[in-house]
Ligand binder design. Structure first.
Ligand SMILES: [Zn+2]
Length: 136
């Protein structure tokens, strides 16, 4: 396998774990994992990290932290809008250069960014911890 394949696979691991990839792409990641110990180890590490995070006890967050998270989430949303545009351009370049030959599906919304949405909303679930409403 090449460094590029590993980078691609590792960029998709989170979505792969969440079963969010289109079938063809999920199959490619699964096939890559079957032959690449490095990416398999990375996937295991990611799964372990998630399990660990889920196992943490819930704690009431200080109000200052809630405010910081709220601001960080807003900054993240702004950056994400920028990244989405860059992502679409990158897919267009990759398609034009044939770099994703073998991808038989249409370009999908970048799965890693779908996961970012989820991560942000997980962070915003401090509402559940604090019992505080986080705005509209
Ligand atoms: Zn790999």
């Amino acid at each position: 396998m090449t460094m590029r394949e590993c980078r691609t696979a590792q960029g998709l691991l989170s979505a792969h774990l969440d079963d969010e990839l289109p079938a063809a792409l999920a199959r490619r990641v699964t096939e890559h994992l079957a032959i690449c110990g490095t990416c398999r180890a990375e996937r295991a590490r990611l799964a372990e990290l998630r399990a660990l995070l889920r196992s943490l006890p819930e704690r009431r967050a200080p109000h200052e932290l809630v405010d910081e998270l709220r601001e960080a989430a807003e900054r993240g949303r702004r950056r994400q809008r920028t990244r989405r545009r860059v992502g679409v351009a990158a897919v267009a370049v990759a398609l034009a250069s044939g770099a994703v030959a073998g991808l038989d599906s249409e370009p999908e919304p970048a799965p890693s960014q779908v996961s970012m949405d989820e991560l942000v909303s997980e962070h915003l679930s401090v509402r559940a911890v604090t019992g505080e409403e986080l705005g509209p």
